[in-house]
Design a binder for this molecule. Structure first.
Ligand code: GRF
Length: 219
């Protein structure tokens, strides 16, 4: 079966991009990466793509008079690369409703919180300040509203008593690197169906029924 070809949009270091690159390089991968596009020249993620032999392009938003003109330039690149799905991976530009609609249910994002909690920035510091016991990450289809849209995959990690925003971010990031490839695989394998505000994943397994933090020692 033909692989589903993705474009990955980045602005920075690209560790989630790397997780996608590594997974797509496996012989059983149902998806491939056609293009890595950055809005920031010299973003570290571009070198990751180049090292993997993946086509890259920089479309610097600062060179365009409007958000629409910037997005038209992106769309042109995505079309030329034959992208069938777009993965946002630390892409730090808000997208207009018209771009989001054009890619409806073919545009996904990873966010470092258990949505719908902690949309926006500084998710880890805010979670620690609130004293929540679990943090995590979410891969979701993008809608016009920021950090909203049908949830495909989530992972939860414990928040520890001595966590800093950095230590929690590192724990969540390790979970991100498992979630994003999983979500792309599920979509590429045709197992993901959007049903209103929810996603149904065909044949998905479930984890244990209860995650307790702090653990009560009863195993
Ligand atoms: C990740 O934490 C992701 O959840 C958020 O931006 C960060 C990107 O990190 N959307 P990286 O560039 O993938 O390392």
């Amino acid at each position: 079966m033909a692989r589903l070809m993705a474009a990955v949009l980045i602005s920075g270091r690209g560790t989630n991009l790397q997780a996608l690159i590594d997974d797509c390089a496996r012989s059983d991968a149902p998806a491939g990466i056609a293009l890595v596009l950055s809005n920031v020249a010299g973003a570290a993620g571009l070198a990751r793509a180049e090292a993997a032999g993946i086509a890259t392009v920089t479309v610097d938003h600062k060179g365009f008079p409007s958000r629409e003109a910037f997005e038209d330039a992106i769309s042109e690149r995505l079309d030329a690369a034959g992208a069938e799905i777009v993965c946002l991976a630390g892409f730090m530009r808000l997208l207009t409703a018209s771009f989001v609609e054009r890619w409806r249910d073919r545009l996904i994002n990873i966010h470092p919180s258990l949505l719908p909690s902690y949309r926006g920035l500084d998710t880890h510091a805010r979670a620690i300040a609130d004293g929540v016991r679990f943090a995590g990450c979410t891969v979701h289809f993008v809608r016009a509203e920021m950090d909203a849209g049908p949830i495909i995959v989530q992972a939860a990690v414990p928040v520890l008593a001595d966590d800093t925003a950095d230590s929690l971010a590192a724990r969540v990031l390790r979970a991100e690197h498992r979630c994003y490839p999983l979500a792309l695989r599920l979509i590429a394998a045709g197992r993901v169906r959007v049903d209103g505000a929810r996603v149904i994943v065909e044949g998905a397994g479930a984890p244990g029924a209860i995650l307790l933090n702090p653990d009560d020692g009863r195993g």
